[in-house]
Design a protein around this ligand. Sequence first.
Ligand SMILES: Cc1cc2nc3c(=O)[nH]c(=O)nc-3n(C[C@H](O)[C@H](O)[C@H](O)COP(=O)(O)OP(=O)(O)OC[C@H]3O[C@@H](n4cnc5c(N)ncnc54)[C@H](O)[C@@H]3O)c2cc1C
Length: 512
Amino acid sequence: MHADVVIIGSGVGGSAVAYQLAGTGAKVLVIERGEHLPREMQNWDAEAVFGQLRYRTRDTWVNGQDQRYRPGQYYFVGGHTKFFGAAMFRFREADFEELRHEEGVSPAWPISYRELEPYYEQAESLFGVRGAAGQDPTEPHRAHDYTHGPIPDEPVIARLREKLRDQGLHPFFMPASVDFGNGGKCVRCGTCDAFPCRIDAKGDAEICLLRPAVKKGGVSLLTGAKVTRLLTDATGKRICSAIAETRNETIEITADTFVLSAGAINSATLLLASANKNYPKGLANSSDAVGRFYMNHNCTAVLGIDPRSVNETRFPKTLSLNDFYFGGKHDSWPLGNIQMLGKIRAPMLRGALPWVPSKFLDYLSRHSIDLYAMSEDLPSPDSRVEVTSWGQIKLTWRRTNLKPHMRLVDRTKQLLKQAGYPLVVSRRFGDDTPSHQCGTVRFGNDPKSAPLDPFCKAYDHDNLYVVDASFFPSSAAVNPALTVAAQALRVGEHLGRMLACGNLSVPRVGGG
Ligand SMILES: Cc1cc2nc3c(=O)[nH]c(=O)nc-3n(C[C@H](O)[C@H](O)[C@H](O)COP(=O)(O)OP(=O)(O)OC[C@H]3O[C@@H](n4cnc5c(N)ncnc54)[C@H](O)[C@@H]3O)c2cc1C
């Protein structure tokens, strides 16, 4: 098999590059290890999704203590967005600059917010993001308002919004990529966050990027093919082929350009597993940063329980709060973002509280309003992805910044109590949930400390790009998908320009 451009992984990053290259005349092949997610009744069944872990990978990883576990990782066409909560935030301008935190420094990005702004706008348009500009006190500059108005609150959330305003806070409508409103597909099914959408109403990478790319032309998709190794040419400067395992055979795919987008943990794994005699530490890794600086937000669910009323909300994710994002008058240090969680159901609580009787969990979930407190995790070289000698993923996560995170959780609890919820409980998300994984193949201006340049090209190789959340030098404290999409659209446009001037079609040289 040969393509002009091979893209490994059909998540946000890979599909955004495919979208930009579609219709340019380039032959693009997207290789995806998963299959299309089946449309079935279980998509919306909390017991199937959380009780039986129906869609979670069966692979096991090991943690920093060498304990095996089954991670909250999903492999399907469209990647993690098939399960995401559709919150589509731009990072703040200051997130692109060096920012001091209580427990260290969040480093500057090699590009500014201004450079990414047009691609944020393109990404919002492709994902049909709904929102309202001018309400979020930390909102970055926007050239234009959202094309679609926000998803309206249901009564319980509208009441909470009022109560937060009464406390002098500035709740805003959360930007979300859900096809809601007149003629829209969303039926407020009552699931959404962490569930697949059975009716394609959630704007995910498959629906918003990959399908339109295939339709535009030049893009084809190979599913059920897990890339296990990248081979370089004799000079080591170019990637010449990808080796992939399908259900029946091992195949080799050659290309002029390789775009790696297998997700932050799998992209690093693949680069490390592709070590050869020229690159004993792994491909793209002369900086020794590949696999290091793994980040994942510090996230805690905070539930306000009101025994006097049942929360009938179907789609709660309409409200968010950034009053504590940079600390401001409330704290000397950045604390992070607060947003609504998808509606909690009893099977979701069972994993965290296995000793609590099901009836009580059911009671809690019917009477709770569910918030999500999220704080930045800072990059540390000791938080890392490695490959064990028997080929398993080893993920060591040394969380940072927990003190400010706990203060954010305390604030969230206080504001729920003040809003009239007599009982407030919280639970931190576990280390086995790498939902906001990023940072493992970071971009930067200095090849000594970063594997990728500002266009996400590997410094060590002329034809290798990495465009999933691996490239983040810092994690900020809002959800990552829109930023992955924006940078991948920028890289895809850049590749398209290079193709147009013939700079990408270099003759292939024999393998090594
Ligand atoms: C439950 C959940 C809720 C979330 N909610 C939100 C939210 O509301 N807002 C937000 O912004 N973000 C959210 N996120 C995070 C968001 O989904 C991710 O940041 C984003 O999807 C990452 O995109 P990516 O392209 O980096 O990687 P991925 O989406 O992980 O895509 C990688 C792709 O590569 C494939 N792949 C992996 N290894 C290989 C291989 N070796 N060969 C071939 N293919 C391979 C995978 O199957 C996958 O399709 C959520 C995540 C989860 C899990």
